[in-house]
Design a protein around this ligand. Structure first.
Ligand code: ADP
Length: 475
């Protein structure tokens, strides 16, 4: 753990194991923090808050620029750590590290764009000034699926705004958090400004971040169930909160779309990170005329994906994060098959060629998915492409919106009017139109409905870390 400018063991002396999901080997142990460690971290962040907020925006920007450079220099090391700890193929890990670094650079620039306002006042002897000030200590809780970029997407804007941070990474991926912290520390972030509490049990740490009055804002990426609990606590303690939660992305292939092009996109985006992404397409709505060419192309690509240890060359899909994730995916597939879905490829845990040591599930395509199946309703978080056939373009937007989630949606069409209508009508925070990667540091990322609150990245991302203060001056 890193508290008050020092790397420390837990006060209890306990440590917990970190395993490689491709091999089940223990790769390291890390400090197992609890309440006392969290309190020390909050204390440190609180003590450092005024000093950090008092630095000029230019000083904070310089440090973030330096962090960008260091992260890019250490890309290979960070990527290898990520592949060993989280499982994604090395190529994908390198792309994530660059994406993570991009947030540092973006918010290094945004730090210098935080300005206030002078407003017209109703009285002649009055002046109105608006300041935007850092909210103070930020409690951040991050997930394992993007274990470097989810940190910089929160810490970049928090640091740029002048906030201090206590961060608890996911218990599966503390090593990525430690390496990310080393980047920020080496870039010159002062002691106390960023604090890291690693813990096997998230609950005591999470509870203190919610309850301690010195923490003024919570930022969380993870499941909707945990997000809901944190939001309820934040409401009780009147804290600001931003939440990036689950998704259930529709992927619509309209009648007029090029089905082969759409299938190439689907194959590329669905199996990224073995489907363990909140913006992963979860329901592929394909017009009946496009169904055969779409599924033929999709299956031909999916069966060529090689699963394995992400450190090896040519691996397209890594393991799932743990046995629980595997069981959930398998249950969804079995449920769909029992209710009449067709298995076009995959559909089982992978046990050959040494894969039984890890938690691998074969890349799978199901067709004939219907509304009564679990996979139609639940987020999958695994390498399963679930194809739903529809027959009327007028109905499909309603089908896509028929979910409590509202993060990402994808649309394939060659008709600009159709594209615009779908873009406007889809109740999702992010819509990719013939585009499978509608994300970047410069773009606002976030959802509506059960997918969360607030936006990360873009010009909006820093607002989550700033309070607005009005000054009325009688002169
Ligand atoms: P997943 O099920 O995908 O692992 P979680 O929402 O459980 O998603 O995990 C996301 C993050 O939330 C992780 O850092 C995890 O440790 C943390 N977390 C899980 N449960 C709690 C909790 N009760 N309080 C605070 N944080 C939690």
């Amino acid at each position: 753990m890193y508290i008050s400018g020092q790397w420390r063991e837990a006060i209890s002396g306990k440590r917990f194991e970190v395993t490689n999901p491709a091999t089940s080997e223990v790769i390291d142990t890390v400090a197992d923090g609890g309440e006392a460690d969290t309190l020390a971290a909050i204390h440190a962040a609180d003590a450092a808050a005024a000093g950090w907020a008092g630095r000029t925006a230019f000083e904070r920007s310089e440090i973030l620029h330096k962090a960008y450079d260091l992260m890019v220099q250490r890309k290979e090391h960070l990527a290898r750590t990520m592949t060993m700890e989280q499982g994604k193929p090395l190529r994908a890990a390198r792309i994530e590290v660059q994406y993570a670094a991009d947030f540092l650079r973006w918010f290094a620039e945004e730090a210098k764009r935080v300005s206030g306002q002078v407003l017209p006042a109703p009285r002649q002897d009055q002046r109105f000034l608006v300041l935007r000030q850092p909210v103070g200590v930020v409690g951040a809780i991050t997930p394992w699926n993007y274990p470097v970029s989810m940190l910089t997407r929160k810490m970049g804007p928090a640091l740029a705004a002048g906030c201090t941070v206590v961060l608890k990474p996911a218990e599966a991926t503390p090593l990525c958090a430690i390496e990310t912290y080393k980047v920020l520390i080496d870039a010159g972030v002062p002691p106390g400004v960023i604090n890291l509490v690693t813990a096997a049990d998230p609950q005591p740490v999470g509870r203190l971040l919610v309850e301690d009055p010195r923490v003024r804002k919570l930022t969380f990426t993870g499941s909707t169930a945990v997000g809901r609990r944190l939001a309820a606590g934040a409401g009780q303690h009147m804290k600001r909160i931003s939440l990036e939660l689950g998704g259930h992305a529709p992927f619509i292939v309209f009648k007029d779309a090029d089905p082969v092009h759409a299938a190439k996109g689907a194959a590329a985006v669905k199996f990224l990170n073995a489907g363990q992404a909140c913006i992963s397409p979860n329901r592929m709505f394909v017009h009946q005329d496009a169904h055969a060419p779409f599924t033929d192309e999709l299956v031909s690509r999916v069966i060529r994906l090689r699963a394995g240890n992400g450190l090896a060359d040519g691996i397209g899909v890594g393991p799932l994060i743990d046995e629980r994730a595997l069981a959930k995916v398998d249950a969804q597939v079995k449920d769909a098959l029992s209710k009449g879905a067709q298995l076009l490829c995959g559909g089982h845990r992978m046990m050959d060629n040494g894969l039984d040591a890890g938690t691998f599930y074969s890349p799978t395509v199901l067709s004939g998915v219907t509304t009564d199946m679990l996979i139609y309703r639940e987020e999958t978080f695994g390498p399963i492409a679930a194809v739903v056939t529809y027959d009327d373009d007028d109905d499909v937007i309603g089908m896509a919106n028929d979910t409590n989630y509202g993060l990402a949606a994808y649309v394939y069409t060659n008709n600009t009017a159709q594209a615009m209508r779908a873009f406007e009508a889809l109740k999702f925070g992010i819509v990719g139109i013939n585009d499978i990667n509608p994300t970047a540091a410069a773009a606002p990322f976030g959802g509506v409905k059960d997918s969360g609150l607030g936006r990360e990245g873009g010009s909006q991302g820093i607002d989550e870390y700033l309070d607005v203060k009005l000054g009325g001056f009688a002169i």
